[in-house]
Design a protein around this ligand. Structure first.
Ligand SMILES: Cc1cc2nc3c(=O)[nH]c(=O)nc-3n(C[C@H](O)[C@H](O)[C@H](O)COP(=O)(O)OP(=O)(O)OC[C@H]3O[C@@H](n4cnc5c(N)ncnc54)[C@H](O)[C@@H]3O)c2cc1C
Length: 454
């Protein structure tokens, strides 16, 4: 199924080799080394912060990364506690062709992948009956066309605009399933909060998605090798009214000439970091306008599979929108009888206050409808709670009702060439993705090099 508009493009030029001969003490190596006594601090060791840090470190810039958590990677987080890599954050490399830089990193980091096919899916209705594939294909065609044509206004959410235009789908479970498992999954938003204007105007690299099978965290670990990353250093404030920028963490104080803020939008929205003076009004407005969505993942492991293990995906038109309506068959690419299921939008937030047995009960109720009452409960179970995680406060950013996608661009402006911003929420074209986050880090690292060269 075609989920996003694919625009082929090649990114990442040649990293400016020998562009600045005065400042590089060697142009003989592949990457010229930069001579500067300026100190750069990067806040956040997700892929955006690490990508920027490696770019600068490779060029001889003195860079320190302050990371609040005990490990690097942020939303590249792999849980191996059950002996199988369960990616709690990103799983897919979206669009592996056309110069997607994550492919190069994946190669260097020893990442293994499996080529997915969105067509390898069966969708079941609430009574347990399977949708005929011709009905599905037809519905998806209509769905894609409507999404391409639909345009609302700044004050109406996607849900309002869509349901005003197509009231016949309000109680159609297949349509609610597609709106949730496709659109809410892709954007990270509940459709009631999503912009009806710029809900789908981002871009994609071409090619069918790959799923990482041995842990996405390998990429973060690869990037952080040899970097100066100080873990368990939660930044509380950044003061930039003096010639040097002062950064205060839970347990220390640092000074820097330039700072790259690579923490998630959710952290900025909650004012977890105090800026002194406050951020420019335009930046603050973009922080307020855009929003963080909620996608949670649930990993269930059984002794024996009871589903069709040839399939990649199982869809279910659940009664409640966003409620465990999509299952990924992990047995397709790891040696485990495991399914990963998802919660989207408002229901995803709700799951975070449900205990494990309530969640399990709701997942099993959906599976029992499809496969019968005799299927066993999973023997092991893992889950995420991204919306209440104090280091993200959400899964990924989206263009909220009342915002425009130009709000993502605001973060490309530095504060007086001293405070810079990176992260998936700073990438208008590739928001909510690993490649968007990484490319934003490289973009800002290049700007920092430019500033150091003045
Ligand atoms: C459930 C889920 C599924 C996803 N699936 C995909 C997918 O399949 N494919 C895809 O391309 N993308 C996916 N994404 C999105 C992708 O993971 C993110 O866009 C990307 O990893 C974000 O990287 P980042 O560097 O911007 O932020 P992060 O990875 O969040 O890094 C920010 C870092 O800042 C740190 N931090 C926060 N506050 C502070 C502080 N006060 N002081 C110091 N450090 C701080 C955090 O601990 C974190 O390490 C998914 C995300 C989620 C949550």
């Amino acid at each position: 199924m075609e989920r996003r508009i694919f625009i082929e493009r090649s990114i990442l030029g040649s990293a400016g080799a020998c562009l600045l001969p005065f400042f590089f003490n060697s142009c003989h190596n592949k990457i010229p080394v930069f001579t500067t006594n300026k100190k750069i601090i990067i806040i956040g060791a997700g892929i955006a912060g690490l990508g920027a840090a490696k770019f600068l470190d490779d060029r001889g810039v003195d860079v320190t990364v302050l990371e609040a958590q005990k490990k690097v990677g942020g939303r590249l987080r792999t849980n191996r506690s059950l002996g199988i890599p369960f990616d709690e954050g990103a799983s897919w490399i979206h669009g592996p062709k056309g110069g997607n830089p994550i492919m190069t990193l994946a190669d260097k980091a020893g990442v293994q992948t499996f080529l997915t096919s969105d067509d390898s899916v069966e969708v079941f209705d609430i009574g347990g009956g399977r949708y005929d594939s011709a009905v599905l294909v037809d519905a998806e065609k209509k769905f894609n066309k409507i999404l391409n044509d639909l345009r609302g206004d700044r004050d109406s959410s996607f849900a309002t605009t869509f349901l005003d235009s197509y009231p016949q789908y309000a109680s159609d479970r297949l349509w609610m399933y597609m709106l949730s498992a496709y659109l809410e999954f892709d954007t990270g938003a509940d459709i009631a909060d999503l912009s009806s204007l710029d809900f789908y105007d981002d871009e994609s690299f071409p090619g069918d998605d790959l799923i990482v099978t041995n842990g996405y965290d390998r990429i973060a670990n690869y990037l952080s090798r040899d970097l100066n990353v100080i873990l368990e250093s939660k930044v509380n404030s950044i003061s930039y009214n003096n010639s040097r920028i002062k950064i205060i963490t839970d347990n220390d104080e640092y000074n820097a000439d330039l700072v790259l803020v690579a923490v998630p939008l959710g952290v900025l929205k909650r004012n977890s970091i105090q800026f002194q003076p406050g951020l420019p009004s335009e930046t603050q407005k973009a922080i307020d306008n855009l929003d963080m969505g909620s996608v949670n993942k649930f990993f269930c492991l059984w002794d024996k599979a009871f589903w069709n293990t040839d399939l990649q995906y199982i869809g279910y038109t659940s009664n409640v929108k966003g409620e465990f309506n999509y299952f990924l068959n992990l047995k397709k690419f790891v040696p485990a009888n495991a399914l990963m299921t998802f919660a989207f939008g408002n229901y995803s937030v709700e799951t975070e206050s449900m205990d494990d047995s309530e969640v399990m009960h709701a997942i099993m109720a959906n599976l029992e409808t499809i496969y019968g009452d005799n299927i066993p409960y999973p023997k092991q179970f893992l889950r995420t709670k991204w919306s209440s995680n104090e280091f993200t406060f959400g899964s990924y950013s989206f263009c909220a009702n009342g915002s425009r996608s130009s709000d993502f661009d605001v973060f490309k402006k530095s504060v007086n060439n001293r405070i810079f911003f990176a992260g998936e929420h700073t990438s208008r074209d590739y928001r909510g993705t690993v490649h968007g986050a990484y490319l934003s880090g490289i973009r800002e690292a290049k700007k920092i090099i430019d500033v150091l060269s003045i």
